[in-house]
Design a protein around this ligand. Structure first.
Ligand SMILES: C[S@@+](CC[C@H](N)C(=O)[O-])C[C@H]1O[C@@H](n2cnc3c(N)ncnc32)[C@H](O)[C@@H]1O
Length: 291
């Protein structure tokens, strides 16, 4: 397995995941009490988009121009989208050589950065990354961040090790590379463990829409856990007939904050139009287990 998120940073899937992540954090922060943010597959925390065009040996087509690159020049969009774009611009503008103005970004933040940006003094971050090089970069990026731990470890094990947190409140992002055949099954086991340890926790899982049948099996495994209210927010950027491998992606959210579905729907609709790569795309929220 040699997954490097660098090659995908800022693509349509990152856009959707990070914009919705911000809304999840906002939802949890409607209550004063602090919470633990556990990022089981945190990545390196910050990405240089110029490096996304070069592989170890092969030239790659960068993915961010069809993702965040389509949004930074646009001023429109529902509030959740505007908030996301403003943060991407802030991150990019803060890096040496970044683009302070409205132009195409040169740097793109990872999930831990988005959450750190919103974290209050009472919130904590636990960031896990198994790949040593990525974890070293993450550690450097977050070395001066208060209330943040970075661990080079298996993120699935961290669900067992870190839950329940003393705060009794948590947002857990599970964002694996989905290179292994059994990744969906491992996620389902981790969710079962997480729900046993913290039934009221908010669990968000990113997944790819490459084969619908695999996603349907995953949903069946989730329902078998008899979880609390659970929804799936999905974005498709191309219809079934299109010659595009990754046709979309989704975010399953267990225990979504109040009205998260109402915030997510217009954002997904907007992304469905703005990020389409072929006819037949769109965005929607489906309840797997009703509120
Ligand atoms: C999709 S990327 C994460 C992106 C990040 N969450 C973000 O949104 O910016 C997946 C990461 O998981 C790491 N990884 C793979 N297997 C892992 C495991 N079992 N535990 C922790 N990290 C793992 C990979 O090295 C990769 O950096």
């Amino acid at each position: 397995m040699n997954y490097r998120h660098e090659f995908h940073a800022g693509n349509f899937a990152d856009v959707m995941k990070h914009a919705l992540l911000l809304r999840l954090v906002g939802g949890l922060q409607k209550k004063e009490k602090g919470f633990l943010y556990l990022d089981t597959h945190a990545g390196r925390g910050a990405y240089d988009l110029t490096r996304a065009a070069t592989g170890d040996s092969l030239a790659r087509r960068p993915e961010w121009p069809d993702g965040v690159g389509r949004l930074t020049g646009r001023g429109e969009g529902p509030p959740g989208v505007a908030e996301y774009v403003a943060l991407v611009r802030k991150f990019d503008g803060s890096r040496r050589g970044g683009t302070a103005a409205d132009g195409a970004p040169k740097f793109y933040p990872g999930s831990p950065w988005f959450v750190r940006e919103q974290a209050r003094p009472q919130d904590r971050l636990a960031l896990c990354e198994r790949q040593p090089g990525e974890c070293a970069a993450l550690r450097e990026e977050f070395q001066f961040s208060p209330r943040t731990t970075v661990q080079e470890t298996d993120g699935y094990g961290a669900v067992r090790a870190l839950l329940p947190p003393p705060e009794r409140r948590a947002l857990v992002l599970i964002d694996p590379p989905f290179e292994a055949q059994d990744e969906f099954a491992r996620v389902a086991v981790a969710l079962g463990e997480g729900l046993r340890r913290l039934p009221g926790g908010v669990f968000a899982v990113w997944y790819p829409l490459t084969e619908r049948a695999r996603v349907d099996n995953f949903f069946a495994d989730l329902r078998a856990l008899r979880p609390p209210p659970t929804l799936a927010a999905e974005l498709t950027i191309a219809g079934d007939a299109a010659p595009v491998k990754l046709k979309g992606c989704g975010l399953v959210v267990i225990n979504p904050p109040w009205q998260f579905d109402r915030e997510a729907e217009p954002m997904l609709e907007f992304f469905g139009a703005a990020l389409a790569q072929a006819p037949g795309g769109g965005g929607r929220v489906t309840w797997l287990v009703r509120e």
